[in-house]
Ligand binder design. Structure first.
Ligand SMILES: [Zn+2]
Length: 469
């Protein structure tokens, strides 16, 4: 690629500059790409499906053609051989299934599910260590709020309630959570009583009751990890990654909604995805002429880390200053991001040494341990042999185990036997580990048909007996 006399020229790496085509032109101080940005990427033989898989928080390839019909701004996409995706390989666990309550709400805000995720082992910018999610049962639309401590959950619920109720003129009727201390304070109880909100506190070890909130948090964690690892980003960006996942998943297929996204189910409008870009891709922020001197560069470099909720701008990470800012006037370099995502696993040992320890995130409640143990049963069905260390300690999922190891000061040193084994299963993992968001059986009968679920019910029962609960 070259910038010549106000034009952006691109040519295939096997050809020469005289075969170049014009893919962009200069406008003011910036070069603007012509047409769809993915067209430029396609010069390097990137398929649209591969590109949108990454823009959509590593959404399963099977969901892409479905989504094309449910939103605007997305080209017709085919299911294609996805090849290697580093994010999926390093960020996602195998698909786990457990059933959901079949008492679906009849209307928006009738039932709100909520759960806290944390404590994270890596504080984010702003010193956040947890997040809380609120999920509307009817539409499955999710809201995420960052927390420095769990006792902020009440304030965030009040904030969430005011914003959604004012927007839609409807009242929250039921709030369904686990019985963690952050939900059971007198302050919380009194507030709900005063507002006429029925509290449904879930008994531990009954995943079918609070499965929606727990599954959503796990889905967010996995996709956020995939996006962070995909671009070798620092782990403290888990806040921006998690918010981006929620934004994208609200605009992605959901099994119980049929041909509608949560966003459309909630607002009645089809979302427009044309502004989505690969999380973590390099970007250039245009600096207006009144803010720079004659010899200053026309733009500054940053990293794309999300979509502003309050403006049409993009959220940008300035790594040298460990700072987050928002701008609309930007140019993306998704080609570099894509190349990084496709980097051969032969580079993995080097990258892993540079990367921060795996998994910034833990779930805090006891019942989540039980859920994860159930889910490990799915792994037995995987054709991929787990590394030796995983065979020894199956009780916890890899990402949780790593986090706990890190928290306990036992994180595996770089280049350990486990890390070196990972690349061997790279391509098969990339196929196995992507999944349709929140795919879930809608009735108990449907769930009961799943051998996986029967197995996990048995595991759960054994776990309960073992813990003498
Ligand atoms: Zn992926």
């Amino acid at each position: 690629m070259a910038f010549v006399r106000g034009k952006v020229l691109a040519w295939h790496e096997m050809s020469s500059m005289d075969k170049a085509t014009v893919i962009g032109i200069q406008e003011g101080g910036l070069y603007k790409l012509k047409g769809q940005p993915e067209k430029a990427l396609l010069h390097n033989e990137v398929s649209s499906s591969e590109l949108w898989h990454r823009r959509l928080a590593h959404l399963h390839y099977r969901a892409l053609p479905i989504l094309s019909k449910m939103v605007t701004g997305l080209p017709e996409l085919q299911i294609q051989n996805e090849g290697v995706c580093k994010g999926c390989a390093l960020g996602k666990n195998s698909r786990k299934k457990f059933p959901n309550s079949n008492n679906k709400a009849k209307g928006i805000l009738d039932i709100i599910h909520s759960d806290v995720c944390g404590k994270m082992s890596t504080p984010a910018i702003g010193n956040f260590l947890y997040y809380v999610t609120f999920i509307d049962d009817y539409s499955r639309k999710t809201w995420i709020y960052m927390l420095k401590s769990k006792d902020e959950v009440f304030d965030k619920f009040v904030e969430f309630k005011a914003s959604v109720e004012n927007l839609f003129g409807r009242k929250i009727k039921v709030e369904r959570t686990d019985n963690g201390g952050e939900y059971t304070s007198n302050e919380f109880k009194d507030f709900c009583k005063g507002e006429g909100i029925k509290r449904e506190l879930i008994t531990p070890y009954t995943p079918q009751q609070n499965g929606i909130a727990e599954r959503k948090n796990r889905s967010i964690v996995e996709a956020a990890k995939a996006m962070i690892h995909d671009q070798n980003l620092p782990m403290h960006l888990w806040v921006e990654a998690s918010k981006t996942v929620v934004y994208v998943q609200n605009r992605s297929p959901h099994k119980i909604l049929g041909n509608m996204t949560p966003e459309e189910a909630f607002t009645g409008k089809k979302p427009d995805l044309s502004k989505l870009r690969i999380f973590g891709c390099p970007m250039y922020i245009h600096v207006s002429s009144n803010k720079r001197s004659k010899w200053d560069p026309l733009g500054r470099k940053g990293t794309f880390v999300g979509y502003s909720m309050t403006s049409k701008g993009y959220i940008i990470y300035i790594s040298g200053q460990r700072k987050i800012e928002t701008s609309r006037n930007v140019t993306f370099d998704e080609e570099t991001a894509f190349r990084k995502s496709k980097e051969s696993h032969t580079d993995e040992d080097k990258e892993e040494q540079e990367a921060p320890p795996v998994a910034p995130i833990t779930n805090s409640t006891q019942e989540e341990y039980v859920l994860e143990e159930q889910e490990e049963s799915d792994r037995h069905e995987s054709p991929v042999d787990p590394p030796e260390e995983e065979k020894v300690s199956r009780k916890r999922p890899a990402w949780l185990r790593d986090t706990l190891q890190e928290a306990e000061g036992h994180s595996a040193p770089s280049g350990s036997s486990r890390e070196k084994k990972r690349p061997k299963k790279f391509s098969s993992y990339s196929t196995l580990m992507c999944h349709i968001i929140d795919s879930e059986p809608s009735t108990f009968e449907e769930a009961n048909k799943l051998q996986v679920w029967r197995d996990s019910m048995m595991e759960e029962y054994q776990s309960i007996m073992k813990n003498d609960v």
